[in-house]
Each structure stands twice: as C-alpha cells, then as structure tokens.
Ligand binder design. Structure first.
Ligand code: PSU
Ligand code: MN
Length: 327
C-alpha cells in the first residue's frame, strides 16, 4: 500500500532560491539510521529538549544513552534528533550528545517557529516534540518516543499559551508515544485542542489518558489498542488516508508512578512560583520541570526517566510491528 504524500514542508519544496533550498538539504541523517531506513528496518526518533531543558546534567546524558539502549534492546534503531551547526540531525551520537547534555539551558529550545532562525544562526538546540516530528518526517521516521507532550497551559483562556506540539500532531504523519501530559497543563483543554486538530489519541493497553507521573488523568482516550500489532494497524490506516500525527498514551508502570495527592501539591506550588516569577512563553515548561525536580528532591526525575524508558520500549515494538507487515 502506498502512503499518501504529506505536504508538511509546503512552500519550501521545489522552491529553489540558490544554494540550499530543499528542506532535506538542511538534514543530516546518521549513517546507522540512514542504513536502517533504506533497508526498511524499524527506527524510533527521540527528542532532545528533554535532554537540554527537561532534566539536569549529568542525569540527562545518562537518560539519553539508556533510552537509546532500550530502543535497541526492543529491536529498533534509535535516532536522537537535535539542531547542530546549521543542520537538523537525526542520529545525534557520541561527543555531540554529550555537548547537548552539558550545555543544558544554554542550548536553544527549538519549536516549529524557531527552526529557520536557529538553523540560519547555526545554533545548538534541543528539539521539542513539534520540531522532532517535523525532522523525523523529513528523514522518513514514523515512530517517536518521548516523556510528555506540550499542551494547553492552565489559564490559557487568558495567556493563549498552547504548545505548538498540538498543531504539529495535526499536520505531520508521525506517531508520538508519550505518558500523556502532566497536570502542569490543563488536560481536558489539551484533549479538546487535539480533537480540533484531528489528532486521534490512543491508549496503549488502557482506555484512560495517562497523566505522566500518574497512570490515569481521569479522562478517556479515543481508541484503546491492545498491543503493538493493533497500534501498527491503526497507523497504517491513518496514513493510508493521508492523515497526520497520532498520539499514543502509554501509562507509567505502577511501581514507578507517584502518589496523586503529593505530586498534585508539588505541581500547584511550582505553578505558583512560575506566576510569582513572571515566567512566560517557552520558558514556562522548563521552569516548571526544574521546580518539580527541586520540590520533590529529585523523586520526579526517577519517575520521569522510568516513563521515558517505558515509552521507548513501546515505540520500538510498534516500529517493529509497523515495519514487519509493511515489508
Ligand atoms: N514535558 C516534559 N518534559 C519536556 C517537555 C515537555 O515533561 O522536556 C518539553 C518537550 O520537548 C515538549 C516541550 O515538546 O517541552 C513543550 O514546550 P512548550 O510548552 O513550550 O511548547
Ligand atoms: Mn507555549
């Protein structure tokens, strides 16, 4: 079955302006990733804002390496994605990965609107879910694992702060495996905006949308998929129709989850601190994550790493199922 072509990059395509002009001219795919893709083998994209802005050094570097190993152990090739030296890189490795982890907040955070500016400026940047989806799609990668997506912030009716992740999911045909969204966000509004953008939300082995540190947000998903084969069938259908992204919620394992009353209190305090500090825009999510880490004495990080690993394994098994029956 041929997959419908996506017009994701739109006006850039076929628009020669001298020198580099096709989006793919700005793309560097690592050798191992390129070989796997050309042979139709399963590949899983991994984002890097979680490395630069989501976790402290050196645990972020350790997490990045461990998650890559998890993807491999589940039968797929990992492709960590970031911006480096004017290129979108799919397959960041070795010293480059270390540099991104060490730089932390002094690396840029690249969402969709930042992409051209950061490439033109040859900046080092972690890519958000939105930008990682864009780059994965350009490279030909269909599955992507992360921790949590960005969403509609609490108080968005005043601030209008809605993550570009939700719009990207509507337009770019990549499946994002996540542990739901944290309650630093307004989860019901996040689900509404996903619906508006035509994004199906699946529950992997559950009918509940997970809430990151918690297995259940109290909200339902649109479709429950029992296993990787069922998820792969869903994706094949979605993309045969020429449709965009899919969000797959994979709940944190029971033993890694946090206690609801406790984490809700911590999140409320972090939100107060953000308000008091006048934190806005793209700084909001990194600030809140850092505060939650501090307020829990690092306990949130342990859960966070556990859930990212869980998502990487599930994304890899879905990638294997997807590649299997496509071949
Ligand atoms: N949620 C997390 N950890 C993260 C992020 C979200 O638990 O690291 C990052 C992801 O890269 C996500 C981005 O795409 O924050 C969303 O940022 P914003 O709300 O500014 O769109
Ligand atoms: Mn925002």
């Amino acid at each position: 079955m041929r997959l419908a072509e996506s017009a994701n990059i739109g006006p850039l395509q076929g628009n020669r302006m001298g020198g580099m002009s096709l989006a793919k001219d700005y793309l560097k795919v690592g050798e191992e990733v390129a070989t796997a893709l050309s042979e139709g083998r399963p590949v899983v994209a991994l984002e890097s804002t979680i490395i630069s802005h989501g976790m402290p050094f050196p645990q972020n570097l350790d997490m990045a390496r461990t998650v890559e190993a998890d993807v491999r152990a589940s039968g797929a090739v990992p492709a960590t994605i970031a911006l480096m030296n004017g290129r979108m890189v799919a397959g960041v490795a070795g010293r480059d990965l270390e540099e991104l982890a060490e730089k932390g907040f002094s690396a840029a955070k690249a969402s969709r609107r930042d992409l051209a500016g950061l490439l033109a400026g040859k900046r080092l940047a972690g890519t958000t879910v939105a930008t990682t989806m864009q780059i994965a799609h350009l490279a030909g990668i269909r599955l992507f694992a992360t921790g949590g997506i960005g969403g509609v912030h609490r108080g968005a009716e005043m601030s209008f702060d809605i993550s570009a992740d939700l719009l990207e999911l509507g337009r770019t045909p990549v499946a994002v495996v996540c542990a739901g969204a944290k309650s630093i966000l307004d989860i019901p509004k996040t689900l509404e905006v996903l619906e508006t953008n035509g994004v199906p939300v699946l529950g992997f082995g559950t009918d509940r949308f997970p809430a990151f540190y918690l297995r259940d947000s109290g909200h339902r998903v649109d479709f429950q998929v029992a296993d990787a084969e069922a998820a792969a069938d869903f994706l094949r259908t979605q993309w045969a129709l020429g449709m965009g992204g899919v969000l797959i919620g994979n709940p944190i394992r029971e033993e890694d989850a946090m206690e609801a009353g406790y984490i809700d209190g911590v999140i409320a305090e972090a939100l107060n601190d953000a308000e008091a500090g006048g934190i806005r825009g793209k700084d909001t999510t990194p600030f809140l994550l850092k505060r939650i880490f501090e307020l829990t004495n690092g306990e949130s990080l342990t859960s966070n790493i556990a859930l990212v690993r869980n998502n990487a394994r599930v994304a890899a098994t879905i990638a294997v199922a997807f590649a299997g029956r496509r071949a």
